[in-house]
Design a protein around this ligand. Structure first.
Ligand code: HEC
Length: 127
């Protein structure tokens, strides 16, 4: 009898050990999955304010500025002055690994087509 209880304890300890990495994986997956946002329709990338919110949320502004002016201290080049199609093509190239830059590969990895559309639309408004 005592032996059985000990076994059950051992098994439950084993299961606890298994569920911890599982939970960690699930949490990480939830954290890294593309965030859903209001402007999911590629034709409608929201108003400027919503676009800026996505820019802030995705962290682009720290290296490229809120107006795409660039940030030399972060080595972020200027995005202003480029049209939407150019910006879309560049972001997709980073995401696909066709253009190789570790920083931008990491930044683009989790962007959906809708995100890319919205971010490109936002930055293309500046000269
Ligand atoms: C940690 C700094 C950093 C962050 C954050 C960052 N970038 Fe960049 N970005 C760079 C650097 C550095 C380059 C130049 C990489 C290269 O040489 O290909 C670059 C290049 C680019 C380019 C290509 C510019 C060109 O004319 O060739 C685009 C477009 C771009 N980033 C958009 C974004 C967007 C959109 C975000 C937010 C999702 C973002 N970046 C976040 C640092 C950053």
């Amino acid at each position: 009898m005592t032996f059985r209880v000990a076994r059950i304890e051992a098994v439950s300890r084993y299961l606890t050990g298994l569920t911890t990495p599982f939970l960690l994986t699930a949490t990480l997956m939830a954290m890294t999955s593309p965030l859903s946002h209001a402007q999911s329709n590629p034709e409608n990338s929201g108003n400027r304010e919503q676009q800026l919110q996505l820019v802030q949320m995705k962290g682009c502004a720290s290296c490229h500025g809120t107006k795409g002016q660039g940030n030399p201290s972060m080595k972020g080049p200027k995005l202003a002055g480029q049209n939407k199609a150019e910006l879309i093509a560049k972001l997709k190239a980073y995401r696909a690994g066709e253009r190789n830059n570790p920083t931008m590969a990491m930044m683009a990895y989790n962007l959906s087509d809708e995100d890319i559309n919205t971010l490109a639309e936002y930055f293309s408004q500046f000269q």
